[in-house]
Ligand binder design. Structure first.
Ligand code: SAT
Ligand code: MN
Length: 586
């Protein structure tokens, strides 16, 4: 399939290490994928679903101890420990290779080695990059074929170049104690052992497109971010693009595919989805920041996805989709998850594949159960989705899940202040990673688990990018859809109604609307958030457009403590931003 010596040598080295019985090069053709699906069905790895209601769809159950990303077992292996920084686990590369090779050695015995050549981004795009993943899992091959551009054509683009990312995945025996997700940014290499779960094993996704790519972006002056990309088309047909960073399982897929409220639709507004999880952004020839979605599909959270919350996502999953850890309705061989509708199937298998007992009170689907669906299935996929140059970004939006404190929306004063706003992001943890759920933690730019190098240097890189972009830089905002009242009810309706906030953001970018200056940034005048057709009073809106100075002073103390982690690698600009905030709050 290729004569690239760097590829052939590495493949040989891996073959000698893991000693497979067979080797299969994946060319991405439908015939090859179809025969792999048949094999996976025969082995029980995939269950075919109702082919009338869900054509081309399958169900997969992971091991019960292997259902989410494992941040405590994720490592950045740089020669100097300090280059991984205080927010990453670190291992010495030499020791890590030795340990991982010991685990991987002979682990493909009796198994097949699949070699997956793939492109992150449209094949041949100047913003795209190439990877090769070696795996012993058909599930991984089939998911990668949805999530990335898997094709022998990537070798035409690669030629003799050594600029590609190596990924070795070994299922081994899914032993939690020996599970490691290791990144070698200095060698463009990823090694993942003892897991079969999405974010740990689809190496093009978080491992390459964020951890390795963030490091590459720093060297090459571009950005790899944990961001959705959406386009808002106004009634005149002009489209403005927003990139938005939220932690895992905080509604990026829902925001990326939102359907505007009725009166916006009547005026002719449309929302286009470019991506729901990752953005690669580079300065274009016109000086602006241009973004591509490096992925080719959606690995979305199933629970909570329904006809009201995200009809576009639901429609996307109605064909050629792989479901992971959802429930199986035995009456009609379809899938179900909490929040799909109000009628849980009575005759069903839960996500563990056990007969469901409605009296048990247990969940049918795992809270981090997922769908892997092709982007082209999405009814609102952007016409620019395949565009090699990407789309120009007008606004960058940061957001977290916070019951209190952070207002519905505010705008940073300028780029530097915007980098500060991103760096102090905090959010309640979710089921996307193992560990406690609902605990507020600092998650700068939603990149805490995904930044492949020292986070202080990452902040410096953001500041550098701002200098490079100058007055062409996107405006930076912060949103919080998750404010709660005293009874724990969400105050803002969220979902499609978020369009009202996005519209204010675009109006701000175009200088069409005024704002109120506060110590944290510019807030909307309540009357400038369109409440037409919404059952919400301006007084209620005001409660989520307040800046509680006492609470923010307390927050500033938390930020100060968080910042001390970064030592002298914290850019002075950010330290000054914090001092300014404290001064403004006094
Ligand atoms: O599990 S993934 O990392 O692929 C998804 C997520 O956590 O955002
Ligand atoms: Mn994500």
């Amino acid at each position: 399939m290729t004569t690239n010596q760097t590829v052939l040598q590495w493949i040989n080295q891996m073959k000698e290490l893991v000693t497979p019985d067979n080797v299969v090069w994946i060319d991405g053709s439908e015939e090859q994928l179809e025969s792999l699906r048949k094999q996976a069905v025969a082995s029980g790895e995939l269950k075919p679903l109702n082919q009338e209601k869900l054509p081309g769809c399958y169900l997969h159950n992971t091991a019960v101890n292997d259902v989410a990303r494992v941040e405590h077992r994720t490592f950045i292996c740089t020669r100097k420990q300090d280059d991984a920084g205080p927010t990453n686990n670190w291992m010495d590369p030499e020791e890590a290779y030795k340990m991982l090779y010991d685990i991987a050695r002979g682990s493909y015995k009796g198994r097949t080695m699949y070699i997956i050549p793939y492109s992150m981004g449209p094949i041949g795009s100047p913003l795209a990059k190439i990877g090769i993943e070696v795996t012993d899992s058909i599930y991984v091959v089939l998911n990668m074929a949805i999530m990335t551009r898997v094709s022998s054509k990537v070798f035409d683009v690669l030629g003799d170049s050594n600029d590609w990312v190596r990924g070795l995945h070994c299922r081994c025996d899914i032993n939690e104690e020996k599970r490691y997700i290791c990144h070698f940014p200095e060698d463009n290499t990823i090694i993942s052992v003892n897991s079969g779960y999405g974010g740990n094993v689809l190496l093009g996704k978080k491992c390459f497109a964020l951890r390795i790519a963030s490091y590459q972006g720093k060297q090459e002056k571009w950005m790899a971010e944990h961001m959705l990309i959406l386009g808002i088309e106004n009634p005149q047909g002009e489209v403005k693009y927003i990139a938005a960073a939220f932690p895992s399982a905080c509604g990026k897929t829902n925001l990326a595919m939102l359907i505007p409220p009725e009166h916006y639709l009547k005026q002719g507004y449309k929302v286009w989805c470019v991506g729901d999880d990752i953005a690669w952004m580079r300065q274009g020839p016109d000086g602006r920041l241009w973004a591509i979605n490096p992925e080719n599909g959606f690995f979305g959270v199933a629970p909570g996805t329904n006809e009201k919350s995200n009809p576009n996502a639901l429609a996307t999953t109605r064909k050629n989709t792989i479901f992971t850890n959802v429930a199986l309705n035995l009456d009609d061989n379809t899938v179900w998850w909490e929040g799909l509708d109000k009628n849980p199937p009575k005759n069903a298998l839960n996500w563990k594949g056990e007969k469901y007992d409605p009296a048990s009170g247990e969940k049918l689907a795992h809270p981090n159960s997922r769908f892997t669906a092709p982007a082209k299935n999405c009814p609102c996929i952007s016409p620019e989705f395949e565009s090699p140059q990407g789309v120009p970004i007008s606004a960058i939006v940061f957001g977290g899940r916070r019951a209190k404190l952070a207002p519905l929306v505010y705008q940073s004063k300028d780029w530097e202040n915007g980098v500060f706003v991103g760096s102090i992001m905090a959010s309640e943890t979710t089921a996307a990673a193992t560990g406690a759920v609902g605990v507020v933690r600092r998650d700068p730019m939603a990149m805490l688990p995904f930044c492949g190098y020292h986070m202080g240097d990452y902040f410096a890189h953001w500041l550098e990018m701002g200098k490079m972009l100058g007055d062409k830089a996107p405006k930076i905002f912060h949103v919080n859809w998750f404010r709660q009242d005293e009874n724990g009810n969400f105050i803002w309706p969220g979902f499609g109604e978020n369009m009202r906030v996005l519209n204010w953001i675009i109006d701000r970018c175009e200088g069409k609307v005024d704002a109120v200056e506060t110590p944290i940034g510019y807030l909307p005048k309540p009357e400038d958030i369109d409440l037409t057709g919404l059952d919400m009073s301006v007084d209620t809106l005001k409660t989520i457009l307040e800046v509680d100075k006492d609470a923010w002073r307390e927050e500033a103390e938390g930020i100060k403590e968080f910042y001390t982690k970064f030592g002298d690698r914290l850019p002075a600009v950010l330290k000054n931003q914090l001092d300014n905030l404290i001064k403004n709050l006094a």
